[in-house]
Design a protein around this ligand. Structure first.
Ligand code: BGC
Length: 382
């Protein structure tokens, strides 16, 4: 889609930096004593739950901001959830090895209550990406901070064994949709986790070999069926893109800036889904009418910056900042440009107004602001 070259002129660099400070404070203020990051404190459908996917990205942003305590509290919460399910993971792995994989309903959940329980509400469970992104986030935190990963060793091993055993199963995607497909973003998040697990040096020889073999197979599958016209696509065999693909360029760096897929994928996502800096999830989106998502603008901003387009990254940051409320809260999506306006009302009736604040939105804003140098960890700490 076409995109204008400048963001809202009224936002100064000081405003952008202030919002980064507020974003960090907002995330810290809502983090539960257990370490869980609520997806959105008051939104009807998310209240009381924390997602591995959202949380891993939030923890990564807090780690980049220098907030080791917050990031590690979340990693500890995730580790507790995995360790409490050790037997279940072992059964899943054994069944997959025996060629009799467990049904989807027995795979690990996508979101948990703050006390670590699954909770009683029905959800589109069985999504693999969050476990991969979590392993990536914890290992990346260790690299960035120089902190030892020892407290999370067991949980990292369990998550890697889980992913290595089941990486090729179709499951719900980032948007908790299309469970019959194999999603390229999901595969990429799994690869990020497996390869981070290997980099951690904590797996032991046998698991390391399994992780390497699964990661190589997942990469080969993407290469065979997840690319069209030189860029990544939404699911295997699809022609469409999904904005979540930009995360595989940055921050996950599964296909880093110098990979032949990186720049074409950033371009394809921008061409299809970016309108004036605000980014849609995918063209057929109807959720709340299919608006633009600040967190995706910031992810595309990180990917754009990685491939050398700083102007685009700044425009995405400005656009995301302009969606914030006076209290510095950033919503899940905004309705300035809807892909399916006729479908907005049904979601308002079903779940109420769009989630705001969404902690993942604040996190991606913070992460991009740091990457652009709009604010530094030292400034955030003062
Ligand atoms: C999104 C997910 C997200 C969840 C919690 C859902 O609407 O599709 O990606 O994890 O909200 O924020």
């Amino acid at each position: 889609m076409t995109s204008a070259l400048s963001g809202p002129p009224e936002l100064t660099t000081t405003d952008l930096a202030r919002l980064a400070v507020e974003s960090r404070a907002l995330i810290a203020s809502y983090q539960d004593a257990s370490g869980a990051y609520p997806a959105s404190p008051d939104f009807s459908a998310y209240r009381g739950y924390s997602w591995f996917r959202d949380g891993a990205f939030i923890a990564d942003a807090m780690s980049a901001a220098g907030d080791t305590v917050s990031a590690e509290a979340f990693h500890g919460w995730c580790a507790g959830i995995l360790i409490a399910r050790r037997t279940r993971v072992e059964e899943i792995v054994a069944a997959a090895r025996a060629g009799t994989p467990v049904p989807d309903a027995q795979m690990l959940a996508t979101r948990f209550r703050f006390d670590g329980a699954e909770g009683g509400d029905d959800w589109w469970d069985f999504q693999l990406d969050g476990y991969g992104t979590w392993v990536w986030a914890v290992v990346e935190h260790g690299r960035r901070s120089g902190r030892l990963l020892t407290p999370w060793t067991d949980a990292i091993r369990l998550a890697v064994a889980y992913l290595a055993s089941s990486w090729d199963r179709p499951c719900y995607d980032w948007w908790e949709e299309h469970s019959a497909e194999t999603h390229v973003s999901t595969l990429g998040c799994v690869v990020a986790g497996l390869e981070a697990g290997i980099r951690s040096g904590l797996l032991g020889a046998e698991l390391e070999e399994e992780a390497a073999s699964a990661a190589a197979s997942a990469r080969a599958l993407i290469a065979e069926q997840g690319i069209r016209d030189g860029h990544l696509v939404k699911w295997l065999g699809s022609r469409e893109v999904d904005a979540s693909l930009a995360s595989l360029i940055a921050p996950l760096a599964v296909f880093p800036a110098d990979d032949a897929l990186a720049a074409p994928t950033v371009d394809a996502v921008a061409d299809a889904l970016d309108v004036d800096g605000g980014v849609h999830r995918y063209l057929a989106d109807t959720f709340y009418g299919g608006g633009q998502w600040p967190l995706l603008s910031c992810i595309l901003g990180l990917a754009s910056l990685a491939v050398g387009d700083r102007a685009a990254a700044e425009q995405h940051l400005r656009w995301a900042a302009a969606t914030s409320t006076a209290a510095g809260e950033i919503p899940e999506q905004v309705d300035q440009h809807l892909l399916a306006p006729g479908r907005r009302e049904e979601w308002l009736d079903r779940w109420g107004t769009v989630a705001c604040p969404l902690l993942w939105s604040s996190a991606m804003y913070l992460r991009l602001a740091l990457e652009l140098g709009v604010v530094t960890p030292a400034e955030l700490a003062s």
